[in-house]
Design a protein around this ligand. Structure first.
Ligand code: ZN
Length: 188
């Protein structure tokens, strides 16, 4: 078996796995993977890294919530990370650089003792909020880690996105964090 001469880059494999490529990108990756054992093996290796957290993924236009331990393993594979840490009522200026493979938000919140946690995202440019239910979180670290869809972020106009974390309890919902991302378009 000869080595692939046009390997899919790791960030493309990651986006493919997370369901974050657009239709054309997905079709191109499908076609390549169908005929290439090397890249298929690389994808398998990536999937194995996330084993155990994949079930908890909330794939969608707004990002993928991952459990603790996933990010260090991605970094260990040489992917370039850009991280934004945001306080419970915090605001952050954000953008995607040309060399970034992965953009992460680390949402800090008081999470100890919580049962179910939901995330509500009000996307850039308006539109209905998207809700991710029962997301994974790291109670000890007090944070929720969201892998942002890098390829879609690159296409976004400048604008503001708001994210809320809601503790869902027998008595009802309680907002425990409210985060504002002021996004600057890659187009300038
Ligand atoms: Zn290949």
């Amino acid at each position: 078996m000869s080595a692939c001469r046009t390997p899919l880059p790791p960030e493309t494999l990651l986006a493919y796995w997370l369901g974050e490529l657009d239709e054309a990108g997905t079709a191109a990756a499908d076609a390549h993977l169908l005929g290439c054992d090397d890249c298929g093996a690389a994808l398998d290796a990536l999937v194995a890294l996330g084993d155990g957290v994949r079930r908890a993924f909330t794939a969608g236009r707004v990002g993928t919530v991952v459990g603790p331990g996933f990010v260090p393993r991605l970094a260990g594979r040489g992917l370039r990370l850009r991280e934004y840490r945001v306080a419970p009522q915090g605001r952050v200026n954000c953008h995607v650089g040309p060399d970034d493979d992965i953009v992460l938000s680390r949402l800090s919140a008081p999470l100890a003792g919580l049962g179910r946690l939901d995330m509500l995202v009000h996307p850039v440019g308006g539109g209905p909020p998207q809700r991710a239910e029962d997301i994974p979180f790291d109670a000890a670290a007090g944070e929720v880690v969201v892998v942002m869809p890098t390829q879609r972020l690159r296409a976004l106009p400048s604008g503001t996105e708001r994210v809320e974390l809601l503790a869902v309890e027998p008595a009802g919902e309680r907002r425990i964090g409210d985060y504002t991302f002021i996004h600057r378009s890659s187009a300038g």
